[in-house]
Design a protein around this ligand. Structure first.
Ligand code: PEP
Length: 252
């Protein structure tokens, strides 16, 4: 059966020293607790190689927030999937709406990034979700369908099974607006039905689908009790140990 996951996305926050302190603080806070979900922190590249020396990455797995769409070579400023993997990171967040909108990442670019991540043994946390105008026009289903078909539904089932999907309505990211549990459950169930149509019920049942968008200690439980919501991708609230731990507690 699928795994519940709480994943943090630190975005472009924390110096190296601050980030290592945050990770150590999280590990200390979780030390004597039992929790059944997977825990991931998605850090800037700069932290990745230092984290395995300060935390147990078997308990708190590490994700990059991006990787290049090219294997290696003359791509100044880029970081390849192989480099990310060589740090000990297990996951990579791909297709975040901030990368799609500020850095122009297209379906095709994300297809390449996903292929390279998988080829190098990374598990993509693949983000999809509609903008406000699309939700207002009731187009959210066709938007997420196109995002999946455009970048990851080309994968064979065995490779697709390594993905975690994160549904993140763009209008809820960093805005304080959250999808209602009913809205989130409805579209998560739809996403799972798309996966079932493409790859069959078993793959769909085993796919972890996270909710992201202003998830916090107050609203987390109401979201996570829904049958198709398997945890969260957490931005702002992952930057404070007590807030992140409260969200982990909400899923148990
Ligand atoms: C995110 O960046 O993926 C996110 C969900 O951010 P926030 O929790 O701050 O809305």
């Amino acid at each position: 059966m699928r795994k519940n996951i709480i994943a943090g996305n630190w975005k472009m926050n924390k110096t190296l020293q601050e980030g290592l302190e945050l990770a150590k603080g999280l590990e200390a806070a979780l030390k004597d607790r039992s929790y059944a979900c997977g825990i991931i922190i998605g850090t800037p590249f700069i932290h990745l190689a230092s984290l395995p020396a300060v935390i147990d990455t078997k308990k708190i797995a590490v994700a990059a927030q991006n990787c290049a769409d090219k294997e290696s070579g003359a791509y100044t400023g880029e970081v390849s999937a192989a480099m990310v993997k060589s740090t000990g990171a297990e996951y990579v967040i791909l297709g975040h709406s901030e990368r799609r909108s500020y850095y122009g990442e297209t379906f095709e670019v994300l297809k390449e990034k996903t292929l390279l991540a998988l080829k190098n043994g990374l598990k993509p946390i693949f983000c999809i979700g509609e903008v406000k105008a699309e939700r207002e026009a009731n187009k959210q289903n066709e938007v997420v369908k196109a995002q999946l078909e455009g970048s990851v539904f080309n994968l064979p089932a065995e490779e697709f099974s390594k993905l975690v999907i994160a549904y993140e309505p763009v209008w809820a990211i960093g805005t304080g607006l959250t999808a209602t549990p009913e809205q989130a459950q409805e579209i998560h169930a739809y996403i799972r039905s798309l996966i079932a149509d493409k790859y069959g019920k078993e793959v769909a049942d085993n796919t972890t689908i996270l909710y992201g968008g202003s998830c916090n200690a107050q609203n987390a439980k109401g979201l996570f009790v829904n049958p198709d919501i398997d945890g969260g991708l957490i931005g702002g609230a992952s930057l404070k140990v007590e807030d992140f731990v409260a969200i982990i507690d909400a899923i148990g």
